[in-house]
Structure formats: C-alpha cells, structure tokens
Design a protein around this ligand. Sequence first.
Ligand code: DAH
Length: 352
Amino acid sequence: MDTAAQRDGWLAAIAAAADAAALTAVEARLFGPKGEVVELVRSVTSLPKEQRPAFGKAANLLKQEVEQALAQKRETFAQQAMQQELAAGGFDPTETGARPKRGVLHPITVVQNELVDLFTSLGFRWEDGPEVESEYFNFDALNIPGDHPARESQDTFWLTDKNLLRTHTSPVQVRTLQRAVKQGFQPPLKVIVPGRVFRSETVDKTHEHTFYQMEGLVVDRAHGEHGISVANLIHTMKTCLRVILERDVQVRLRPGFFPFVEPGFELDVNCPFCSGKGCSVCKQSGWIEILPCGMVHPNVLQKGGLDPEEYTGFAFGMGLQRVVMLRYGIDDIRQFTGGDLRFLQQFPEVSR
Ligand code: DAH
C-alpha cells in the first residue's frame, strides 16, 4: 500500500496550520465525516481477506501517528495563547474560577421537603411504611371489604405471593395506630407519611402508574377540649395549601366517599390560574380538586386498636404530583419521570 505520500501530506498539513482555527479545519478534513484518515481505515473492508490484518494494523498505527501530531500542535497553540495572555497582563491568577453547576432537586422532592418541614413544625412526625403491602393493610383494615367497589377503582398490581404494591399511603394509618397502641397510646397522635404508591393505570397526561402521596393522620381524645373536629381538619388543610401554593387560598368541602373516613370529603382549592373565574385547568368551575380527606372511620380506629367511643381523628391523602403541577403550572404528569433534563433544569439549583 502506498500510504507514505498520504502520511507525509497529512503531517505537513498539520505542521503548516497557522492557528487553532486552521488546525480545526485540518482535523475536520482528516477525521470528520468522510475524513481522509477515517476513509483509509475503513477501506480495509474492500481488501481481500488475507491482506486485511496487515493493512488494518498499518492503518491504525498511521491513524495514531496523525492523531498524536494533531494533539501536539493543539497543545502548542494552547501554550502560545496562555503566553500571550500572560504577556498582555490579562491573566489574573487570583481570580475565582467559574462556579460549577450544581444539581437540582426534583420538584416532587422540593415540595415534599416543604410539606415535611411545615407539618413537623406543627408537631407531626414522619412515618414510613412498606411499598410491598399486604391485602389486609391496604384494604381490609381500611374498611374496604373484598367485594367493595373501591377495590376495583384502585387498579392494583398484585404480586404472586398475594401481597401487592400499595395503592395508597393510607395503610400506614393502621400500622401506625397499632404500633402506637402497643407502646401505650399517648394522644395526640400526629403523623405524616410521604411515600410512593402504585396503580395499574394506563399512563397519560394525568395518570401515572407510580406516583407520590402524602398521608396525614391526627388522632386525639373524642371528648373534652381535645376533641378533633372537621374544623381542625379544614384549618390544617388550609394552612398546608397556603404554604405550598405560596398564596392565600380559599377552600370548599364537598362530600367524597372513601370507606376509611366518615364523613369523607373532597377538598377543593380556588383555581390559581384564573383566581376562580373559570379556565381550562379548572374546567371552568373555578375550583380544583386537591385533597381527599375526612374523619377517621370508627372501624379503622378499631383495627388500629383504639376505642372509637374514646378517640376521634382526621386523615387526608394528598397527591404530591398534583400539588407540584398546580404550583409550577405543569400540564403533563409524565414529565416527572420522563428524564428530560431540560424539564428538570428549570428548577432552582440546590443551595448550600
Ligand atoms: N387513600 C386515598 C386514595 O389514594 C386518598 C385518601 C382519601 C386518603 C381520604 C385519606 C382520606 O386519608 O381521608 O385515593
């Protein structure tokens, strides 16, 4: 093969490059798409089989030699540029470097952290529960018997051992009560349970199979000054929404049916996008459904080991994605797990 002439030509071109820009042009000619060196290496495939090993080896050595020459020349230009800058007095060794970009927290984490801060400041404690849950805690203990339609409305991922992926954070209510009773119940009990939940849903703009909720549970004595009422529930929910949505909010309660609360409510907030006038987000109603909640059902208290004559409580279950979407005006729930950095980088950098 007669590559010697080619080689000399390439090395000469590199040597002759007068500046960094010219060198880049030479590099493109040799290594860019259809570059001469690239083509040479590739031409091995057109040779008879027995010639390929020797040619391939020689071509690769040549490629390395040319690459090295390029790198050396580039280094020379970089040195020259630095010398020039120093000579011109433009280089200040005391100048602080460019600040490296920090990561950002996921918006769900941001909102969850704020909620946890808020509720712990109100005396709530963080509780955890398992993501792989038993049928008992996910349904039965929450007053959802086997033939109850509410089971079907929560399309469940069943596991082969009869356990399931929890469809909500509510099972932690009974787990927490049972544990608290075992330790000698000391009212009031105030817990929040942020966590991941799963449903066998077809994914679209507003539905995800994996999402985040935050459960809240407050239980105190039923009688005397401690009695927990719907008023306490509304006040707590309003405080929470005001902090999270960063504005004063109006709320309204509508009846809502959940077997583990009685009465149960859907708590709506006035639409932040149109201030209640009616828009496409609130479907012209001026209200957005945001917080299912209610007074803990006596059967649930009982399953937790408490006497419902003696204790009352309220509970709520917030969909975190929904709150984040409202707060930042996000219209597609799939963005959260889509992994698109352009989406994630819009949120503030982590500060330290
Ligand atoms: N667990 C319910 C769900 O995921 C939400 C819910 C409703 C939780 C009412 C509650 C509640 O604590 O009181 O659909």
